[in-house]
Ligand binder design. Sequence first.
Ligand code: PEP
Length: 233
Amino acid sequence: MSKKLIIANWKLNPTTLKDAQKLAGSISLKAKNKVVLCPPTIYLSQIDYPNLGAQDCFWADKGSHTGQTSPAQLKDLGIKYCIVGHSEKREVGDTDEMVNAKVRACLAQKIIPVLCVGFGTTVEQDDLEVTDVLRAQLNINLKGVDPSKVVVAYEPVWAISKGNPYQTRAADADHAEKMAIFIKTKFKAGKVIYGASVNVNNAKGFLSQPNIDGLLTGGVSLMAKDFNTIINL
Ligand code: PEP
């Protein structure tokens, strides 16, 4: 199997820099797959790992924008990836247009955007209904953007865990594969990865799909032993 991209979204964890450094230090540097760690922004400059990503950014590079972090600042720290459009950001107000502005701002700084789509999907929807949701999002999120430079993460929002991916249900791997094919054929995304309730037991099923280029992991990325297993599949 060729190298896949495994992204760790630590969200608002851990609570101390010491624990963040300890967690990063326990992640294999010689994994079979390419690994990107996305710790909280406040720790980014103090985590030593080859590939780091941010969990979000603002669209302007400087100015009167209290509390924001710009792609230019991320670039200055050597950050290579940035998650944008995560459902937990969309939930608190990020619109499709704002997500588009963030994607563009990342690309202007040569930071690879990891564009999350799947907000608004439900477990009851069939494949066609899900593609309608994704199409509406991607039409705006990728406006004016070279999609080949973007990693699109298909994250069915209903499947995202609240921290423990062993207590929730992931989407089926064949459904995720169909969505990856849709995103690649209709939107020409450079890579498509799957995220939501990935764990040691289901990761291989997603990674074996030819059109799924990797995983966006949340809860399991905080479990060093399990995460090390997944990055070496
Ligand atoms: C996420 O929210 O991006 C995610 C993948 O979370 P989890 O793996 O915990 O469902």
